[in-house]
Design a protein around this ligand. Structure first.
Ligand SMILES: [Zn+2]
Length: 419
């Protein structure tokens, strides 16, 4: 039997009690007319959005200072999340967060194709061994927002030009290509309809990525709950109420299943290109389906960025999935994050700890529940932490090995006297 996390249990009980849910933004709900009768003692009337239960469970807790092996974090956003960072800020983050956690190399997905030199320079210099860079394409270009027919992507030369630019980006040191979730959901064709991921116009790009040895990392769709109405049955209600713009329930958006089908069609059509589905292809809630797709597409890989919330609430199923596909899963966090968040990744992957948070944030940002560790074997950890990434991008090998050696030497050095 799987234990039911305390948070889920209590959350469910509150709903059963008909506790009032007070909306202040997002969808307006009817205020509850009947307040719960106070029973024994005094019951504090509470709005769902203020609920912050503290677990009374007492179980062993493993303190891990860092990952078991130096790691490569394949999915980070050093422009989006650290927009104003000076070189000093960046150096400080490396020393104070990456080093102690034994994160050897971060791959930032934030370089704009054609302007990649800027991001390469920002993450270069003395820190060049700590970073790799992916490029992303500008779909709109100099076109007008409300006139999709003027967008770069809707000009006949788009894919051909992109392929040529990718060749230059590769020569400049970029490792791969990132596609954001807007591809499939929000980028429009000349008639104002969402562009399909499997549109033939993009074939020259997928082909070029294969020839250049640049993996394609794509964020396809979003979590299942984001495509459902934000109502009392939606398990991500709390999060969607704070971020109504993350909901794709409106029928004007393509369905999640369609987006994944279109993506897999591209993966099947371009066997010579390696595709990394970001965030477990947003199917971490259905590892049976994800496993079938990994079985039928040998050029498909997944990253686990921002999905330990999903993986860690099904520890038995997740452990079996990781054991079976440890050569296809890549470590990733969607960071840069504070050190506390990284610690939850080590705890999830390396221990059998029970019922612990997946984020330092309160309320938990991706579902009101706790997670469980899956205690992976050392062999799986090595693959997921760095071997798979190096296999996909051999250019990472030298950076990784040099930095990993330094991190381990430093960790093994006895502390200086007086320090
Ligand atoms: Zn991301």
């Amino acid at each position: 039997m799987k234990p039911i996390p305390f948070v889920q249990r209590t959350f469910g009980m509150l709903l059963l009690l008909g506790l009032s849910v007070t909306p202040s933004f997002g969808q307006q709900l009817e205020p509850a007319e009947v307040k719960p009768e106070p029973t024994a003692g005094s019951v504090v009337d509470l709005s769902l959005r203020d609920f912050r239960p503290k677990s009374m469970l007492i179980v062993p807790e493993t303190k891990l200072a860092h990952a078991a092996f130096p790691v490569i974090d394949l999915h980070t956003h050093f422009r989006l999340r650290m927009r104003e960072a000076t070189p000093e800020d960046l150096g400080k983050y490396v020393r104070e967060v990456l080093d102690p956690n034994h994160i050897a190399v971060c791959v930032s997905l934030d370089a704009k194709l054609g302007e990649e030199d800027e991001h390469l320079k920002h993450l270069g210099g003395a820190l060049a061994n700590r970073f790799g860079v992916f490029v992303h394409l500008d779909f709109q270009g100099s076109g007008q927002t409300d006139r999709p027919e003027t967008w770069a992507v809707n000009q006949a030369s788009f894919a051909r030009e992109a392929a040529a630019k990718l060749q230059r980006a590769k020569a400049a040191g970029c490792l791969g290509v990132k596609f954001f979730k807007q591809f499939g959901l929000e980028h429009l064709d000349a008639r104002g309809k969402p562009l399909r991921i499997n549109d033939r116009r993009f074939d020259p790009i997928w082909k070029a990525c294969g020839e250049l040895g640049m993996p394609v990392l794509m964020h396809v769709a979003d979590p299942a709950a984001f495509f459902l109405p934000t109502d009392a049955t939606n398990e991500r209600w709390e999060e969607l109420a704070r971020h109504p713009e993350w909901s794709f329930a409106d029928p004007k958006f393509p369905r999640r299943e369609q987006l994944v089908e279109d993506f897999l069609e591209v993966v099947a059509r371009h066997r010579g290109t390696r595709f990394i589905a970001a965030h477990c292809l947003n199917y971490a809630n259905d590892l049976g389906a994800l496993g079938k797709w990994l079985d039928s597409h040998p050029n498909l890989f997944v990253d686990i960025a921002s999905r330990i919330n999903e993986l860690g609430r099904q520890p038995y199923t997740a452990r079996a999935f990781f054991d079976r596909f440890d050569q296809r899963i890549l470590f990733a966090t969607d960071g840069p994050w504070p050190a506390e968040r990284l610690g939850y990744y080590w705890r999830f992957l390396e221990t059998f700890d029970e019922n612990f948070p997946y984020s330092e944030k309160q309320p938990p940002p991706q579902g009101l529940w706790h997670i469980y560790g899956i205690g992976l074997r050392q062999e799986s950890l090595r693959r997921i932490y760095f071997e798979n990434a190096i296999r996909l991008m051999p250019a990472l090998k030298e950076k990784y090995e040099r930095t990993a050696r330094e991190l381990l030497e430093r960790a093994n050095k006895p502390p200086e006297k007086g320090a």
